[in-house]
Design a protein around this ligand. Structure first.
Ligand SMILES: Cc1ncc(C[n+]2csc(CCOP(=O)(O)OP(=O)(O)O)c2C)c(N)n1
Ligand code: SF4
Ligand SMILES: [Mg+2]
Length: 289
């Protein structure tokens, strides 16, 4: 994996829109930059093309930028994705990504992590799963949990919008009780699955539930989770990125919804195992955090 993951063919450079050029020149690299960069440099960088294909104002797009800005070594990171609204963003970023069959993402990520460790024993390669709640907690739940049981050294980030958004609004295990959607007209009969607690019970060394309302907090959690996954074991982040389309909000109302839910279903929850706690303290001493 090299810094030239994303290079414009010189023959076409003069006809490329500026934001494509920006993605090559100002994407979320770390080693290439004069100084390491992070969430504070987001206004000057270009992680994601503005002309991505999500709905205008979709919180998933902003949340992805926070995640990318927090990767310890972006050019040595592989993101494994699954089908859904999240997958619409991945063609528009300048990083290694793998699109897996819906629900299989944690199995695919486990294999990639193991092969990278074998192929590049002297390099630190981070493998991060980023997928929706339908993929992570419904159809892919078995693969998600089995990767925790096996103690795979990967980070799983669930963009929890509490619905199967990309297929038009079916309820998932993460949907709140009573919620009605276009394709779930009778309302959810059961409580939302507390996946962050399930992650803890199933062996994750770090499990957090939060909204994407506060960029710095999201970045901190992502960085901690990836560092712990390197040395200790599996980590899980449940991030509320509401589907404004399916809950009937307009483009500028996503942030308000996330702030409201900071005190509701997504009140901050954090579990850190004792080994992970000790490792985080070491990372702080070494300036990695
Ligand atoms: C094997 C397989 N089963 C089902 C689908 C249909 N499918 C595509 S996207 C999607 C919903 C995704 O929901 P979620 O993971 O919550 O992501 P969101 O779109 O909400 O971000 C489904 C069921 C598929 N593409 N492949
Ligand atoms: S359908 Fe929902 S989750 Fe998908 S892009 Fe639109 S607002 Fe975002
Ligand atoms: Mg979803």
């Amino acid at each position: 994996m090299a810094l030239d993951i994303y290079k414009i063919n010189p023959e076409f450079r003069d006809i490329m829109p500026q934001e494509i050029i920006d993605l090559e020149e100002k994407a979320t690299w770390s080693v290439k930059m004069e100084k390491a960069r992070g969430i504070k440099e987001l206004p000057q960088s270009k992680e994601l093309l503005e002309e991505h294909s999500l709905c205008a104002g979709c919180p998933e797009a902003a949340a992805l930028r926070y995640v990318l800005s927090a990767l310890p070594v972006p050019e040595e990171t592989v993101i494994v994705n699954s089908t859904g609204c999240t997958s619409l963003m991945f063609p528009h970023i300048a990083l290694h990504t793998v699109h897996s069959l819906f629900g299989n993402q944690n199995a695919v990520a486990s294999g990639i992590k193991r092969v990278l460790e074998w192929r590049f024993p002297d390099k630190q390669k981070d493998v991060v799963v980023l997928a929706g709640d339908g993929a992570t907690v419904d159809i892919g739940l078995d693969y998600t949990l089995q990767s925790f049981f096996r103690q795979e050294k990967i980070t799983t980030i669930c963009f929890d919008n509490e619905v199967y958004a990309n297929t038009g609004g079916q309820e998932s295990g993460m949907t709140a009780k009573g919620q009605v959607f276009k394709m779930a007209p009778t309302g959810k009969k059961f409580e939302k699955v507390p996946m962050w607690e399930l992650a803890k019970t199933s062996g994750c060394h770090y499990s957090v539930n939060l909204t994407a309302s506060a960029p710095k907090q999201v970045a901190k959690v992502v960085r901690e989770a990836i560092l712990i996954a390197r040395e200790i074991g599996p980590t899980y982040i449940n991030l509320y990125t509401p589907c404004i389309l399916e809950i009937g909000l307009s483009a500028n109302e996503g942030l308000g919804e996330m702030k409201d839910q900071d005190k509701g279903r997504f009140e901050f929850y954090k579990h850190v195992s004792p080994e992970a706690e000790a490792y985080l303290a070491k990372c702080k001493e070494e300036g990695l955090l």
